[in-house]
Each structure stands twice: as C-alpha cells, then as structure tokens.
Design a protein around this ligand. Sequence first.
Ligand SMILES: Nc1ncnc2c1ncn2[C@@H]1O[C@H](COP(=O)(O)OP(=O)(O)OP(=O)(O)O)[C@@H](O)[C@H]1O
Ligand SMILES: Nc1nc2c(ncn2[C@@H]2O[C@H](COP(=O)(O)O)[C@@H](O)[C@H]2O)c(=O)[nH]1
Length: 212
Amino acid sequence: MTSNTNTLERERGILIVLSGPSGVGKGTVCAALRNCSPDIVYSVSATTRAPRQGEVEGVNYFFKTREQFQQLIDTDEVLEWAEYVGNYYGTPRRFVEDTLRAGQDVILEIEVQGALKVKQKFPEGVFIFLLPPSLDELQNRIVTRGTETDEVIRSRMSVAVDEIRLMEHYDYAIINDRVETACSKIQSILAAEHCKKDRMYPKVIQWIGEVN
Ligand SMILES: Nc1ncnc2c1ncn2[C@@H]1O[C@H](COP(=O)(O)OP(=O)(O)OP(=O)(O)O)[C@@H](O)[C@H]1O
Ligand SMILES: Nc1nc2c(ncn2[C@@H]2O[C@H](COP(=O)(O)O)[C@@H](O)[C@H]2O)c(=O)[nH]1
C-alpha cells in the first residue's frame, strides 16, 4: 500500500456569498467569522464609493474612479459588478479564481444583483442571505452606524425591500439578531458543505484506487 497524500488532487475551495440589505450586519458578521475561522479568505471588492473614515485601500476596498472601474469591466477583471445607490461595486476575478483553485474557501460580501450574477457563474457556491430582525431595526442599524447621509439612508432602505424579496434565490437565510449566533450558523453551514458526498467522492475514489 502506498501513501496517497501526495497523489491527491487539491480540492477546490468553497465560494461563500454573503448578501443582505445595507446595515443588516454583513461586515460585522463577516469580521466575526474571519476571526473564528481564519482560513476563510475575504475577497476585497473594488468600488467607486468614497472611502469612509478609517477605511484603508486594499483592506476594506480598492477605491477606484469611474474611469478606472469601467476599465476593470472592459478588461473582464471583475467576476461580477453592480451599480448600487449611485456607485459601482465589483469583485476582482483573478484573486477569487486563484484562491479557490489553491483549495481555500473564499467569502464575498456583496449586494444582491451581483450575487445573482455570481450564482450563474458558480452555481456550486454557497449563497447565504442575512436578514435583520425587523425593518425598523435595519434602519436603526444604518442610522446608528453614522456613515450615511439621510438621503443615502432613504435610498438604501428602499433598495433593501427589493433585495429581501430576492432571498428565495439563496441557499440559506439567517436572521442576524446576535452576531455570535449568526456567525456560528454560518460555520455550521460550511462544515456541512465540506461533508457533502459530491466533494468527498473524488477523494475517496482515489483512496480506493490506491489501496487495491
Ligand atoms: N447583530 C447585531 N446586533 C446589533 N447591531 C448590529 C448587529 N450586527 C451589526 N450591527 C451593527 O449594525 C451596523 C451595520 O453593520 P454592518 O456595517 O456590518 O452592516 P453591512 O450589512 O455590512 O452594511 P453595508 O451593506 O452598508 O456595508 C453597525 O453599526 C454594526 O455594529
Ligand atoms: N455587487 C457587489 N456588491 C458589493 C461589492 N462589495 C460590496 N458590495 C455591497 O455594496 C453595498 C454597499 O456597500 P458599502 O460598503 O457602500 O456600504 C453592500 O451591500 C455591500 O455588501 C461587490 O464587489 N460587488
């Protein structure tokens, strides 16, 4: 019997897409998840939105002009992009593809139009929709964050209702009442996804081949 560890093909990582309306807590839950599960790789998006106080280039976003963003679209460097409340947002393609190929799980924290485009390209991804406990609490969270003008808050709240209507396209829905609870539910989903027989099968078949 030979050792099979060197002959195993590296399994692709899982693409996790976390969406939900603005202010629901995607960023907060994602940060908690990365803290508990440091192996999950966060995809940093590109945007034309101006940096908020404390946001760092390459950590929170790659900040672009409209012309620079258009160039990313024209050269097919974004896996998906969307216009959201007056700004462009998009996921750099190469980083996501390379990281998945290297066997690491990648998380995208993106709005719904973009998530649905990703679903067409990566139907095998895991699509998770984060819900607020109520619309009042959603508004309260955006207001309390203190990063948006009243006008932008109104626009984001109006888009939020349309986004929630699209949650049926996702694999899972989680109410973000407590950050720790939401985070541990995502961890359970990922653990289950890693155990799916379709992911295990090629590896196990290779073992069986090795021992015969
Ligand atoms: N479970 C929670 N309970 C109470 N407050 C929360 C919870 N989750 C997040 N928050 C707070 O709600 C506000 C919005 O959270 P966050 O910025 O993570 O939302 P988001 O969905 O990433 O928003 P956006 O899409 O606008 O970037 C923050 O002030 C955050 O501290
Ligand atoms: N379609 C995409 N949406 C993205 C991406 N990166 C972030 N987002 C989403 O945009 C809104 C607004 O974000 P904010 O930082 O201005 O509050 C929010 O829903 C983000 O999740 C992306 O690459 N593609």
